[in-house]
Design a binder for this molecule. Structure first.
Ligand code: SAM
Length: 280
């Protein structure tokens, strides 16, 4: 009988956040697949555990994944851990989960620390609906495309960012959402120097123009105010054009913009089709 892959979250800064179940799972498995064994050994020492480990990280996941799968299929149990937080969230753990799922190997997630939920919950921004954007792409074109897709996003948006890219990202957020959009800059969560700044994008830009960004960051940005009421038709047209530039057909773009802005699909379709005719 095949074994099981356990996804075991680890603290994002405070060792006290390792749960009893996480510790018991680490103790019970046959081996641990770790992003960096040097980091994980510190946690194991803290828990007074010794366990065989293999590495699984973004530079070796294509070759290490099938090796782990074979051991699981042979009946061993494995705990997947990363340096910090919940495996498979913005790290290659997602590929290992997909590989196990595709091969009928059971995966069990142990709940625990995750920077995105910690940041969202403390942000002071609406939490009812949100979108997790992870790290923005480095490639300029892909980055712009991802941000352009968010211009009319009404849900709270969450981004991960590294300190040396923070200033550029704040500038990009300002160009996309406008400098007055409220946001929360969540730095060094659960650590000694945890800092939560609730301000506008412009204020965050000024703050980090004056001081070097240091530590780990999650950026939580308020969604745009609902656009269905006044100006909904214009916004729906803009949105439909954007969706077409993104590759949707006129019919698909009109349908999606209609849904998002509560405007009639046929009306959007006709407006854009007429404009196209005029420009011929
Ligand atoms: N799997 C992890 C999780 O559950 O949050 C995220 C891994 S991702 C490779 C690392 C990013 O998470 C960092 O660049 C930062 O944006 C965010 N992060 C992790 N720990 C953090 C902390 N203590 N404070 C703020 N952000 C943190």
């Amino acid at each position: 009988m095949a074994g099981k892959l356990y996804l075991v979250p680890t603290p994002i800064g405070n060792l006290g956040d390792v749960s009893r179940r996480a510790a018991e799972t680490l103790e019970s498995v046959d081996f641990i697949a770790a992003e960096d064994t040097r980091v994980t050994v510190k946690l194991l020492n803290h828990l007074e555990l010794k366990k065989p480990m293999v590495t699984y990280h973004r530079h070796n996941c294509d070759t290490a994944g099938p090796g782990i799968l074979r051991r699981l299929e042979a009946g061993e149990n494995c705990a997947l851990v990363t340096d910090a937080g919940t495996p498979a969230i913005s790290d290659p753990g997602e590929d290992l989960v997909a590989l196990c799922a595709a091969n009928g190997v059971a995966v069990e997630a142990v709940p625990g620390p995750c920077a995105l939920t910690v940041a969202l919950s403390v942000s002071g921004l609406p939490t009812g609906r949100f979108t997790f954007e992870g790290f923005l792409p480095l490639n300029k074109k892909n980055r712009k495309a991802q941000l352009d897709n968010l211009t009319t996003e009404e849900r709270t948006m969450i981004f991960y960012e590294a300190p040396h890219k923070l200033r550029t990202t704040l500038d990009d957020l300002s160009s996309t959402f406008g400098p007055d959009r409220p946001m929360a800059v969540c730095r060094e969560l659960t650590k000694l120097h945890e800092e939560i700044l609730r301000l506008t994008i412009r204020e965050a830009q000024s703050h980090y123009a004056a001081q070097e960004p240091r530590g780990e960051f999650v950026l939580v940005v308020a969604g745009c105010p609902p656009q269905k009421a006044e100006g909904g038709e214009t916004a729906a047209l803009v949105r439909a054009e954007q969706l077409r530039e993104g590759g949707l057909s006129l019919k698909q773009a009109a349908a999606q913009a209609a849904e998002e802005f509560g405007v009639k699909k046929r009306w959007i379709y006709n407006q854009i089709a007429e404009k196209a005719d005029e420009s011929l």
